[in-house]
Design a binder for this molecule. Structure first.
Ligand code: VG1
Ligand code: CO
Length: 542
């Protein structure tokens, strides 16, 4: 029996950098999730009888919202829904499932690297048929619809058993509960030389992988321990928990400190890695050697041909604007194009679909390729392991060799979290107001060559995205970039991205903080961060 339920709009359902993210208590309001899901369906055309993929990172509210999505999908005319067993699908596994099944699209329930639990965050993201996050024209349509919605439709039915693999009928729709791991693990095995990695591990190479009590636990156990033969304690925090065991599942040096400390200890393993809430991010730490995500992208791009899935070479490399230029030098050497996109994976989809780029990455610990249309944490770890197995060198040696070849992009991101939104907006407005007068002026960072607010024209469909971050470019190639986060759920977060390039014949062994000190001072001078925020230190440095 299909119910039509009258509702009134919420004015805060515009998707951010990666879907709609709110506090659980916001999502738990009557009609809140339903309104958003109906707004998504109302913005799509032609899904009658088609397949919808549904799954999430297992966080608090995941199972409840999956039931809502299934009953609404049935009421709205989808023919089939594929659900990960237990409601679990990592973001890259969901992307793969959408592609492999020829689904119309998918709803991924996750707030990614944000914490989970009754007082923390939940999120819903719509992915299109290529497996990737909906592009801006779709998210804009969803936002517009959410402001005028007056009813939704939902099937009146008992909850579906999502824990047993198999098919169940829900109204006119068939629900198929699938193994969330197997197809994804098979895809990884098709891209990388598992035999070489297995031999390396059997030969004594040691690794640690921190799933941060989030979604990658079952994927990591299957891939690293079962298929690659790593010992049983290789995966840390391997059980997905609704509150991530109170961890903040953001794989950075603050929240993955336990892994960091282990990797810096005298008896550290050869290789360490972590992933985030929904499994699309990766942190890479070699024995006594942290690798910045921007450097990781560059190293992976330079060495990808060593893995079977990329033996034919790369068609191009894409990075988000705030990501360091390390990958640009690799693209130049390989003779392939480099694309600079706004922050957020949705901007890579068109380039990947068009065969213009093979590898993409973001400074926020996201790396991926054309194998899916999301960033992919375990994929990045496996590509590293494949490269290490072929080159038979340590992570530190590979980094040193990379910098000696290409030079080094010293890089850091300073986050100022939980700032009052009006203060953050005022800081950005003041910066934007002076952009035109900055070029040619000097500050602690050097002489400003150019300053602008980044705008992107998608080369495949000419769509334009403006106001994507303020860039201050210096005459020596250094940069400071300012933008506000689009994934937070409390106040505003200012992100300041700082980069300085040193050529191969320069000093490649500086401490990052020392190398960047003049630019950090310049960021203060340019934006008066302390004046606006009252904070004299960032909350997180990555
Ligand atoms: C952040 C990162 C961005 C990433 C996004 C989603 O966005 O900076 O690079 O794509 O999170 O990642 P923002 O707007 O807060 O800077 V995830 O793993 O949270 O889906
Ligand atoms: Co994520």
């Amino acid at each position: 029996m299909i119910h039509t339920v009258a509702t009134t709009p919420f004015d805060d359902q515009k998707p951010g950098t990666s879907g709609l993210r709110k506090k659980v208590r916001v999502f738990a309001q009557p009609h809140y999730a339903e309104n958003f899901v109906q707004s998504v369906f109302d913005s799509l055309d032609g899904f009658a009888g088609q397949t919808l993929v549904v799954g999430g990172d297992g966080r608090y509210l995941n199972r409840e919202v999956i039931q809502i999505v299934l009953k609404m999908a049935a009421a709205n005319g989808f023919g089939r829904a594929l659900v990960g067993q237990g409601g679990i699908l990592s973001t890259p596994a969901a992307s793969h499932l959408i592609r492999a099944s020829g689904a119309f699209g998918g709803l991924v329930l996750s707030a990614s690297h944000n914490p989970g639990g009754p007082d923390e965050d939940f999120g819903i993201k719509y992915n299109i048929g290529n497996g990737g996050p909906a592009p801006e024209k779709v998210t804009d349509a969803i936002a517009a619809r959410s402001l005028v919605i007056d009813h939704y439709t939902i099937l009146d039915a008992a909850d579906v058993d999502i824990d047993t693999i198999g098919e169940i009928q829900l109204g006119d729709m068939t629900v198929e509960v699938v193994d969330p791991v197997a197809a994804y693990a098979d895809l990884m095995e098709s891209l990388f030389d598992f035999a070489a990695i297995r031999a390396q591990i059997a030969g004594g190479f040691t690794l640690a992988f921190d799933s941060m009590s989030a979604v990658t636990g079952p994927y990591a156990v299957e891939i690293f321990e079962r298929r690659l033969g790593a010992p049983q304690d290789t995966v840390m925090n391997g059980t997905p928990l609704p509150d991530f065991g109170h961890h903040h599942p953001d794989p950075n040096l603050v929240h993955a400190k336990a892994l960091y400390d282990r990797m810096m200890a005298a008896d550290a393993p050869d290789f360490g890695a972590a992933s985030d809430g929904d499994g699309d991010r990766n942190l890479i730490i070699g024995r006594h050697s942290y690798v910045t995500p921007s450097d990781s992208l560059a190293v992976l791009a330079a060495n990808a041909h060593l893995a079977p899935g990329y033996a034919a070479g790369l068609k191009g490399i894409a990075r988000s604007m705030p990501t360091s230029g390390a990958a640009d030098r690799v693209a130049e050497k390989l003779g392939v194009p480099l694309y600079e996109t706004p922050t957020g994976w949705k901007f890579f989809g068109n380039l990947l679909d068009a065969g213009m780029a093979t590898i993409c990455g973001e400074e926020s610990a996201g790396t991926g390729s054309d194998h899916v249309r999301e960033k992919d944490g375990i994929w990045a770890v496996l590509l590293w392991l494949n490269i290490l197995a072929v080159r038979q060198q340590s992570v530190a040696a590979i980094m040193a060799d990379h910098w000696a070849t290409y030079g080094r992009n010293y890089y850091a991101r300073h986050d100022y979290e939980a700032i009052a939104k009006d203060k953050a907006d005022a800081l950005m407005a003041a910066l934007r107001a002076k952009l035109d007068s900055l070029s040619g002026t000097a500050n602690s960072g050097g002489t400003v060559k150019a300053a602008d607010d980044f705008a992107y024209t998608d080369p495949t469909d000419q769509s334009v995205s403006r106001n994507q971050g303020v860039r201050i470019l210096f005459t020596d190639g250094s940069r400071v970039v300012f933008r506000l986060s689009g994934t937070g759920t409390e106040g505003a977060t200012l992100r300041v991205y700082i980069e300085r390039y040193v050529a191969p014949d320069g000093d490649l062994a500086l401490e990052t903080g020392d190398a960047l000190a003049p630019l950090i001072a310049a960021a203060q001078e340019l934006a008066d961060i302390t004046g606006y925020t009252g904070m004299d230190q960032p909350s997180v440095i990555t």
